[in-house]
Each structure stands twice: as structure tokens, then as C-alpha cells.
Design a protein around this ligand. Structure first.
Ligand code: SAM
Length: 293
């Protein structure tokens, strides 16, 4: 197996034309549109496929794609990066459960029957929404029994959503789970399945954040969200697509709602004034209701 260093040495710069040739294949064979992906991400992932298939050039790789029907799946797998784990960036979860959630829950309690609504956009196999559900379950059980919480979790990858609905993880997958939360999993040899009391807090569905037809997942019905998490999704897109996604997230948030991005992500320049950062330590923003986009 080649080391990262060795890969770097053979990394080829790809032209827009090279990438278009591959995009065409993806669109034709699987209807997958990668036109909004960042050039550097696609370049890096395609390089890996060139390397693994020993095809060296783009025309040769396209020929390989035609004669090896399974290769399109390998290419899709490498382009849809759904790495995730429970309590990823623990600071975010600490901040949420110590600062944001207690205030929001108190507000919900006093406004009577208003459910707390959260959207995990780009939820992969469910690790993020389930982590949140465990924290919320603890807070609600202790302080606000009876308060309704709806966590909507969406991803455009149907395989990821199937896995999320199964809610079954390996012991490696639950590495970051605190001891006190292990009670929320039933264990069978090396697999851990999330129990029903946590599962029922999360509603999974397939939804593409670049879908032009709606501003939030149809399953979430009407109403805005108090918190939207969209972590480690924007990094895969070019600025134009990031703007489209941020526009959707902005519109889906309630006034004073919170947006949470990944550790290395920030709103694009166009959206700087629409989200105000509230802590230095992580990418947590509050919606600035300065107008409609
Ligand atoms: C790296 S994972 C991040 C998962 C989780 N949010 C986290 O931070 O651990 C990115 C996820 O975003 C999903 N994704 C990428 N583009 C998307 C889009 N346009 N609409 C919905 N989901 C998308 C991918 O399928 C993948 O599951």
C-alpha cells in the first residue's frame, strides 16, 4: 500500500476538461452530479482511483470505467465521503449541552408545547444526530420531562440513511461515547445498536442540500429549526454551491437559531453578515436576521 507521501508525489493536476470527462460518466451512468464539488477534492479523489486502477491518464481511466462496471461504485464511494463518528469535535457537544440547549429548553418550556426542532444536515450514518439525542435525552429527562424534541437528520446518500436507520455500529465507531451513555446501546459481541428511547428522537430521510425544490426536508413539515448542524459538508463544495447550501440553512433557521459548521468551515464571504459567531472555540453561529437572501 502506498503511503500518503508517495501518493502526493504522483498526484496529477487535472484540468477542468479532465474532470468534465469523469463527471459526464457519473451523470450518464448514475445521475450523480459533481459539478458543484470543489476542484481540489475531485482532483485528489480521482487521483486515488487512477493510482488504484493503474490507469495513469484520464482517457485510460474513462475506458477502464466503461469496461469495468464495478469501478463506478468505487469512484462514487470515494467521492461521497461519509466519515463520521459519535461526539465528533467534543467541544461542540460540550458547548451545546452546557450553554445552548439549557437556554433553548427553558424557552421552549415557557412558551408551552413548542417542540425543540433540530436538523442534522449531512448526517452520514447517524452518529451526529444520535450523539445529540443522547445529550438532549439526559437534559430533558432531568429538567423538562414531557417536552417534545424533534431531530431531523438527512443525507443525500441512501446507503448512509439505511445504515442510520439500522443504528448499528462497531466498537471502533463508538470510541468517543462516554461511559454514562453506553447504556443507550445494546451490545452483541462487537456490534452496538442504539436503543429505541434514543432512536425515536431522530427522524431520518434522504435529502439533497442542493435540491432546488425546497428549503428544508419535506419530512420536517412546516416551521423553522432552532439548531441546524451542517458539519463537514461545505468543505466538499465550490463557493457557488456553498452559497446555495448556506442560503437554504439560513432560511430554514428560526430567528436567533443556531448554525453549527465543521471545525474547518466558515460561512462564505457572502454570508458573513448573516451569521454571527458566538464562541471562539468552535464554529457555532447565531442567525442574524438582517433580511432575506
Ligand atoms: C464527512 S460526512 C460528515 C458527517 C457529519 N456531519 C459529521 O460531521 O461527522 C459528510 C456527509 O455529507 C453528505 N453530503 C454531501 N453532500 C450532500 C448534499 N448535497 N446533500 C446532503 N448530504 C450531503 C455526505 O453523503 C456525507 O454523509
Amino acid at each position: 500500500m502506498k503511503s500518503k507521501e508517495a501518493r502526493k508525489k504522483v498526484m496529477k493536476s487535472l484540468t477542468k476538461n479532465d474532470i468534465d470527462m469523469i463527471s459526464d460518466q457519473l451523470l450518464k451512468q448514475r445521475g450523480m452530479d459533481i459539478s458543484g464539488y470543489s476542484h481540489s477534492l475531485v482532483e485528489c479523489q480521482i487521483n486515488q482511483r487512477l493510482d488504484d486502477t493503474n490507469t495513469i491518464t484520464i482517457p485510460k481511466y474513462c475506458e477502464f470505467l466503461l469496461f469495468h462496471p464495478d469501478e463506478i461504485d468505487n469512484l462514487i464511494d470515494i467521492l461521497i465521503i461519509n466519515v463520521s463518528h459519535f461526539f465528533r469535535d467534543p467541544l461542540v457537544f460540550n458547548y451545546l449541552s452546557s450553554k445552548i440547549l439549557p437556554k433553548l429548553l427553558l424557552k421552549k418550556q415557557s412558551s408551552q408545547n413548542n417542540p425543540l426542532r433540530i436538523w442534522s444536515a449531512g448526517c452520514s450514518a447517524g452518529e451526529e444526530p444520535f450523539s445529540l439525542a443522547m445529550d438532549i435525552h439526559k437534559l430533558v429527562k432531568n429538567l423538562y420531562p414531557g417536552l417534545t424534541v424533534n431531530i431531523f437528520a438527512t443525507d443525500f446518500d441512501s446507503h448512509a440513511i439505511d445504515k442510520a436507520c439500522e443504528a448499528r455500529y462497531t466498537n471502533k465507531g463508538i470510541d468517543n461515547v462516554r461511559f454514562e451513555y453506553l447504556k443507550h446501546f445494546s451490545q452483541k459481541t462487537t456490534t452496538y445498536t442504539v436503543k429505541q428511547n434514543i432512536k425515536q428522537l431522530v427522524d431520518f430521510s434522504i435529502y439533497d442540500l442542493l435540491d432546488k425544490r425546497s428549503f428544508s426536508p419535506p419530512q420536517s413539515l412546516y416551521g423553522g429549526f432552532d439548531i441546524v448542524l451542517c458539519r463537514n459538508v461545505l468543505i466538499y463544495y465550490d463557493t457557488d454551491s456553498q452559497n446555495k447550501i448556506l442560503n437554504k440553512l439560513y432560511r430554514s433557521l428560526n430567528e436567533d437559531g443556531f448554525l453549527i459548521l465543521g471545525e474547518t468551515e466558515t460561512p462564505t464571504r457572502r454570508f458573513h453578515d448573516y451569521f454571527q459567531k458566538i464562541t471562539r472555540s468552535c464554529q457555532i453561529y447565531i442567525k442574524n436576521s438582517t433580511g432575506d437572501k
